[in-house]
Ligand binder design. Structure first.
Ligand code: FMN
Length: 343
């Protein structure tokens, strides 16, 4: 089944899968019975962050389920949490297709989706319905600005999306690092970021995080950290996709957009290690392909770890396999529970 999907064009495969998972998500008993077999429920994997309890540290990264359509399925497949979005205040189509490419030789993807989404309001309604089911499954909400909103008014878009979604998310992420919305990454720069955070911080008492690009210099990362501390953000999500094309073999390497997957692994770890010196709670993402990567990120200072591309290549059993492997690695190193790492 998973192999068959690779015969389809990547975005069609993504849409068909999401349609199926969205249908599955709506079915109570048909979801809960397989979840009992698929989820690795083990108290050793539990993680606390920002006063929230995560059943395990492996989350679905933003962009897979932008519109919060399949939350039940992510839970049933074994994830410890999911981040929906990027959501913009108004619905938008995104860039023209094709805009998603598989770089098979590199175990990577390039995408220039451009925040295609059905808008904050529609997602709020779906999130409200998911909440009613009472599953112990934290959901993060990743926020962005509409493409046609000028940069000077970006804060208004983030504020509007946050206002609509605030009651339904467990934590919120300001996405200022997608390479596919012109100018967006400018918001990572000092004066813009200072103003954005000054306006957004008072709008929620819930955990507020910033998602950063892997292409920032150490100095720029330090500035992001300083402003995050100044405005009392709870943490950072590191990293988004990269504009770098270093070391790629695939003929599709020249496609425009953000690169994710295996080629991003080294840089994601480097950025994590740099950020780990600061008193912020870190979510590491980029190039995670299995238990060894998750374990390495946790030991390098991440509290939570997310995956997108590794899950596309790894298939539906990826969370289960990864969490079982993580437990084995913990046992081998005499770590009795993840919370020991932060004691
Ligand atoms: C097709 C695709 C769409 C994405 N869309 C978003 C998005 O809307 N918002 C966001 O913050 N990150 C988005 N991302 C980035 C991922 O969340 C993640 O940061 C990045 O892919 C690195 O992780 P990975 O190597 O596990 O894929 C997207 C990634 C892909 C491949």
């Amino acid at each position: 089944m998973h192999r068959l999907l690779f015969a389809l064009d990547p975005e069609t495969a993504h849409e068909r899968t999401l349609d199926l998972l969205a249908l599955w998500s709506e079915r109570g008993p048909l979801l809960e019975a397989p979840a009992r077999c698929l989820r690795v429920e083990d108290p050793r994997l539990r993680v606390e962050a920002w006063g929230l309890s995560f059943p395990n540290p492996l989350g679905l990264a933003a962009g897979m389920d932008k519109d919060a359509r399949a939350l039940g399925a992510w839970w049933a497949l074994g994830f410890g949490f999911a981040e929906v979005g990027t959501l913009t205040p108004r619905p938008q189509e995104g860039n023209p297709r094709p805009r998603l490419f598989r770089l098979l030789e590199d175990r990577a993807l390039i995408n220039r989706m451009g925040f295609n989404n059905r808008g904050a309001q529609a997602a709020a309604e779906r999130l409200a319905r998911f909440r009613e089911r009472g599953l112990a499954f934290p959901v993060g909400v990743n926020l962005g600005k509409n493409r046609d909103t000028p940069l000077e008014r970006a804060a208004e878009d983030y504020l509007e999306a946050l206002r609509v979604l605030e009651p339904y998310g467990d934590y919120f992420v300001l996405n200022v690092s997608s390479p596919n919305t012109p100018g967006l990454r400018t918001l990572q720069e000092g004066p813009f970021l200072d103003e954005l955070l000054a306006r957004l911080r008072p709008a929620t008492a819930k955990p507020l995080l910033l998602k950063v690009a892997p292409d920032l210099s150490p100095e720029a990362l330090d500035q992001v950290v300083a402003l995050s501390l100044k405005h009392r953000l709870q943490g950072l999500v590191a990293v988004n996709t990269t504009l770098s094309r270093e070391g790629l073999r695939s003929p599709l390497a020249r496609e425009a957009g953000g690169l994710s997957g295996r080629p991003l692994k080294g840089r994601a770890l480097e950025v994590l290690r740099h950020l780990a010196q600061a008193p912020l709670t870190l979510v590491s993402v980029g190039g995670v392909e299995g238990p060894e990567d998750v374990w390495e990120r946790l030991k390098a200072g991440a509290r939570l770890v997310q995956v997108y591309t590794g899950f596309v290549y790894g298939g539906p059993l990826f969370p289960r396999r990864t969490l079982k492997g993580l437990l084995r690695l913990m046992e081998a190193e005499g770590v009795r529970a993840l919370r020991e790492l932060w004691a």
